[in-house]
Every structure is written in C-alpha cells, then in structure tokens.
Write a protein of this length. Structure first.
Length: 92
C-alpha cells in the first residue's frame, strides 16, 4: 500500500477518529519487527502514519494479553465506541 497517497486528511472521506488496539502477545509478537508479520510493529507504524497525516487516532496497547482476548475486548470496547463516535454529526 502506498501510504503517502492513501492516507491524507483531504481524502479521508468523513473519517474523523481512528482507533488501533494491539496486545503484547498479539500475532507475530515474537517475530522480527523488520518483517510484516509482527502486529505490534505494524500497528505502531500505522499509528505514526495517522499522526503524521493529521488524523485523530487512539492507540491502545494491552499488556500481558494475546490476540482478541475477551477480557481486553470487554474492557476496551465501550471506550472505543465512545471515542470513534465522539464527534459524529448526522449528515441529515
């Protein structure tokens, strides 16, 4: 993906807030970060791109958790929904 042209505040099409969640023991957490299989590194890179391009985003890192653990989802989903809907205005 060419992030320089894909992500830009002018072309975001209504996107106002983004949320990224990754866990300490997420997919590929033990693989080298130079590869493309380490989700922690990939999500950190995406957060940097969003920041550099001027997007509002939230990056959540779950210590001691694995990929899609129910406890993490149950504890973070309400806050995530509040965050992404915070500045929503109806197009009507």
């Amino acid at each position: 993906m060419n992030t320089s042209s894909t992500f830009s505040p002018e072309a975001r099409g209504g996107l106002t807030e983004s949320r990224i969640q990754v866990s300490e023991n997420d997919n590929g957490s033990k693989t080298p970060s130079e590869g493309r299989r380490n989700w922690i590194t990939a999500n950190a890179r995406l957060a940097k791109i969003l920041k550099d391009k001027g997007y509002a985003y939230q990056f959540v890192y779950s210590k001691g958790a694995g990929h899609t653990q129910r406890k993490v989802i149950n504890n973070s989903l309400p806050q995530a929904l509040e965050y992404v809907w915070l500045n929503y205005t109806s197009g009507r």
